[in-house]
Design a protein around this ligand. Structure first.
Ligand code: 13P
Length: 342
């Protein structure tokens, strides 16, 4: 492990005003998303064309420091026959790769999930390093059900151990790990419950990372924001979301961690930006912060594109609008009123 390389990657990823685009939906998820918004069969070529809309957006490098790709996209080419990874790098955007292979049911805990992919991870990593990857991501998924006592301590700690083993292995190859223990927004829980569960999950994760000797300045935490459940009648204000999220982070994330990024988790694009803005206004904090959304950046693009070549320009404009709002938030220059100005 070369700690200077890891720290260099982290400082490039946290360039002020820029975020990390998550475009690493598995083929199954990407197909489902495309089917929601586009007509016709979703083929590998349709997924490539969609990624072309996102990744070849002019001036993407002004808003995005890195992109998390899925294996299929990682090896695909853009419309002019260049690998997407080379095209990103030429614009100073770091290519990253999702390396988990998805979730499956935890054997002794029906309804709870464990993430797989450790078995052949080392051989896959070697290929990605050779092809220019600079960072990686692994996502664990934990749902809240207060009455059923979920997530269970066992599943929290097993996912934490797997995340830590992944992080320690990729660091050996000088790839920055993004550890993402996503606590789902789904449910009728209140914001306090979300805070308690997220804190427990993130605390367990850092205990496991310590146990496996992971180099924390060369690691990024990708976390859910602390919000109330999406079926809870209350809507927490951006200030409450920011207060609880920062309290959770201060109480569970060591100061030496390289940085913290946020997933959008099913919030609307405007909610995700308004919450991110309120969180960023709490800086200075021990770690740099950035956005790393998938749905909150991509939904307006997919809706506008709808699979039609004649909509590419408009879809990219919709993308740039969302990127710009998040860029302004990251730079401390956002206010929610801007969402409704022309
Ligand atoms: P969302 O922003 O849609 O939650 O996705 C982020 C992500 O990286 C999921 O793994």
């Amino acid at each position: 492990m070369n700690t200077e390389i890891l720290k260099g990657t982290i400082s490039a990823l946290f360039s002020k005003g820029k975020g990390i685009l998550a475009a690493d939906e598995s083929n199954t998820t990407a197909t489902k998303r495309l089917q929601e918004f586009c007509q016709g069969e979703v083929t590998e070529e349709a997924r490539r064309q969609y990624r072309e809309v996102l990744l070849e957006t002019p001036h993407l490098e002004n808003f995005v420091s890195g992109v998390i790709l899925y294996d299929e996209t990682f090896w695909q080419k853009n419309n002019v026959g260049e690998n997407f990874t080379s095209s990103l790098q030429q614009r100073g955007i770091l290519p990253g790769i999702k390396v988990d292979t998805g979730v499956k049911e935890f054997p002794s805990k029906p309804g709870e999930l464990i993430t797989g992919g450790l078995d052949d991870l080392e051989s896959r990593i070697k290929k990605y390093v050779e092809a220019g990857a600079k960072f990686t991501k692994w996502r664990a998924v934990l749902a809240i059900d207060k009455e059923a006592g979920l997530p269970s301590d066992l599943v929290i700690s097993e996912n934490a151990d797997v995340l830590a083993q992944y992080a320690s292995l990729v660091q050996k190859y000088n790839l920055v790990p993004i550890v993402e223990p996503e606590v789902l927004i789904t449910g009728d829980h209140d914001i306090k419950t979300s805070y308690e569960v997220t804190k427990k999950v993130v605390t367990a994760l850092f205990a496991a990372l310590k146990k496996f000797d992971v180099y924390l300045p060369g690691l990024i935490l990708k976390t859910s924001m602390v919000t109330n459940g999406n079926q809870n009648a209350d809507e927490a204000s951006p200030k409450e979301v920011a207060d609880y999220t920062i309290k959770m982070l201060r109480e569970s994330v060591p100061a030496e961690v390289g940085g913290v990024v946020f997933l959008s988790g099913g919030q609307t694009p405007v909610e995700a930006t308004a919450h991110f803005d309120a969180i960023v206004k709490k800086e200075p904090l021990p770690w740099p912060l950035a956005f790393s959304f998938a749905r909150a950046l991509q939904d307006p693009v997919l809706r506008t594109w709808a699979g039609k070549p004649e909509n590419v320009v408009a879809a990219r404009e919709a993308f740039r609008d969302r990127l710009d709002m998040n860029h302004l938030a990251d730079s401390g220059k956002y206010s929610v009123e801007m969402e409704w100005m022309d």
